[in-house]
Design a protein around this ligand. Structure first.
Ligand code: F6P
Length: 340
């Protein structure tokens, strides 16, 4: 372990949408920091708290009984003021006032932009990927995705039971503003007939309608469509599908329930590991880095490089999802013959 280059006080904050496992990361930062001789301050409500001096002293005890809890004990916010030079200056002033020399920012890309500005002003900053959306390019893992996708999968299983009983078509909308990872993973895990991804959807609703009619002809008594939030409009889509197919169709929007709940083992362990790595990096004197996990290993990246990276949804995984669905089970020729 590298020796401490002189840093005494660090801060930790959560920013952007909350994600299950954030508490495990906070706990790790606090306990690892204390174990390595640091004073740790908790900043409440993300960058808003940094600007408004909403700072609390953290002890090993203050993070007791938090690892299994969803949400974030430090609260979170999306802070528009941090995008202004005045906001950044206020945040820097708070760091100086409270002696915060290093800061761990748990959040997504938007949070790293604020972190980068603080780093440019001399505050050492390390980012940890925290978002259920899995849409941070430099890492295959983000805190909360595993829990969220399991929560969504369980909910979709339940919707499927009632959809089958009523022989309905069900459109289930999952979160993911610009990213279809939750939709794609649930589509595979729940055996959906159709998966609508913001990265891929061609808005060909007639194709969806044909799929539903074909499946019904072949004796399939329900039809599950997983719709990503980025595609949206589930309720109106349900009305149009029902009118076109004559099959009762319902829309269910899972919404914020996907962000809550007790984190999975994976989220607890990976978040704890990332929290410790972030503290170790600060102690080594590192700044402007984001912790990531790729190919079975944790590593760290320059924030600007991380922000410049792009991440595409896996074409292979999309093709796998399609090949396992009833719609794609037979060749187009066979389906056409079926229709004639
Ligand atoms: O980024 C996480 C996320 O849950 C997205 O999937 C969703 O689009 C967004 O946050 C919702 O944000 P809010 O809770 O602010 O409405």
């Amino acid at each position: 372990m590298a020796e401490n280059k002189g840093i005494k006080t660090i801060g930790v904050l959560t920013s952007g949408g909350d994600a299950p496992g954030m508490n495990a990361a906070i706990r790790a930062v606090v306990r690892r920091g204390i174990a390595r001789g640091l004073t740790v301050k908790g900043i409440r409500r993300g960058y808003s708290g940094l600007i408004e001096e909403d700072i609390v002293d953290m002890t090993a005890k203050s993070v007791s009984d938090t690892i299994a809890k969803g949400g974030t004990i430090l609260y979170t916010a999306r802070c528009a003021e941090m995008r202004t030079p005045e906001g950044v200056q206020k945040a820097v002033a708070t760091c100086h006032k409270f002696g915060i020399e290093g800061l761990v920012v748990i959040g997504g890309d938007g949070s790293y932009r604020g972190a980068e500005k603080l780093a440019n002003e001399g505050i050492n900053v390390i980012g940890i990927p925290g978002t259920i959306d899995l849409d941070i390019a430099c890492t295959e893992y983000t805190i909360g995705f595993d829990t969220a996708v399991n929560t969504a999968m369980d909910a979709i299983d339940k919707v499927r039971d009632t959809s089958t009983s009523h022989e309905r078509c069900s459109i289930i909308e999952v979160m993911g503003r610009h990213a279809g990872y939750i939709a794609l993973w649930c589509g595979i895990a729940n055996g959906a007939e159709d998966i609508l991804l913001p990265e891929k959807y061609d808005f060909d609703e007639q194709k969806l309608i044909d799929n539903i009619i074909d499946n019904r002809r072949r004796g399939k008594t329900h039809h599950i469509i997983i719709n990503a939030e980025g595609v949206g409009h589930s309720a109106s889509m349900a009305r149009r599908i029902e009118a076109a197919t004559g099959i009762e169709t319902r829309a269910t929007i899972l919404g914020h329930m996907q962000r809550g709940g007790s984190p999975t083992c994976k989220d607890r362990v990976y978040a704890s590991t990332m929290g410790c790595i972030a503290v170790d990096l600060l102690i080594e004197g590192k700044t402007k880095r984001v912790v990531g996990y790729n190919n079975g290993e944790f590593s760290d990246y320059d924030i600007n490089e991380a922000l410049a990276m792009s991440k595409a949804i896996s074409e292979y995984q999309v093709e796998i999802a399609q090949s396992l669905s009833h719609n794609y089970y037979r060749s187009e020729a066979l389906r056409a013959a079926d229709r004639s």
